[in-house]
Ligand binder design. Sequence first.
Ligand SMILES: *Cc1c(COP(=O)(O)O)cnc(C)c1O
Length: 359
Amino acid sequence: MSRPYNFSAGPAMLPEAVLQRAQAEMLDWQGTGMCVAEMSHRGKEFMSIAEQAERDLRDLLGVPDGYRVLFLQGGASSQFAMVPMNLAAGAGKADYLNTGSWSKKAIAEAHRYCAVHVAASTQPEGFKRAPTQAELQLSDDAAYLHYTPNETIEGVEFPYVPESRAPLVADMSSTLLSRPVDVSRYGLIYAGAQKNIGPAGLTIVIVREDLLGACHEFTPTMFQYGVHADNGSMYNTPPTYAWYLAGLVFQWLKDLGGLEGMAEINRRKAQRLYAAIDASAFYANPVEPASRSWMNVPFTLADPSLDADFLAGAREAGLLTLKGHRSVGGMRASIYNAMPEAGVDALIAFMAEFERTRG
Ligand SMILES: *Cc1c(COP(=O)(O)O)cnc(C)c1O
């Protein structure tokens, strides 16, 4: 069976080798006679899976001592509340950068729990670039600075890591594991898994230990980082199967040569696709070149009345889920880690043929 290339923004493609391994282990994980989904989260079998996954993730990212790695549920959207509930209780105030749809949602949620200072916003220009460091108007008394390194919907990515006195908090839902990260520059990193890490239902949080434990009194137990850290992410039943699949993805990345190798592949995929778009008068990408995302590539057709034909033709060619987000329109190709280079080449070939015959 030949599988199509799925350009979905999330849940997204998983590496085929990971799916095959999960299939091989589905009915009998390593001689136990059990599927991982049937195991007690506190049994020695699942504990070994969980510990291996955390070790591999720490290895891949070079997570320094003094940081905890949490395997949670609730998606990145729950982090929009957990971050201010846990980190802003003292200062009562946080800085946010408004650079696209996801940072807007994070800001709206934070307003419920603390004072929010928007230290930069590119909304008036339609979210087409990341602000520069010089443009950031940071407060002296913020508990943290929150930003979204990759805006999944607009396809806008920060080409640098912001400097701030306050701990840096990053929503890396659509970029974590796509390249190396210097974790020591962050107070907290979070990511929903379904873009670049594994299946939906798992949320990764990497948090510096000194930021644990100072949450608002009203914070629900399940929303306290300290509770999850104290209990090895097993205060309640964790998303065991998603945790296991993410672990298989971590092993796949290590076999591939780690995040530097992955970054090289991702850079090549993005460069090739943007080059094809820029070389054509029929396709366009609205984002300033320095802020273009490696992961999510939105593009428009010169004649939007051809959008439906483009999508239908693409589907027939085995290129799925290219429709842009409803708030932006046009097309969007999400090319996360699991999208093979051959998938990007097939998309570029289809785009050229569509332009030649219909453009
Ligand atoms: C997808 C996404 C979210 C929302 O994730 P959920 O897991 O659905 O809550 C938040 N932020 C970014 C950057 C995303 O890409």
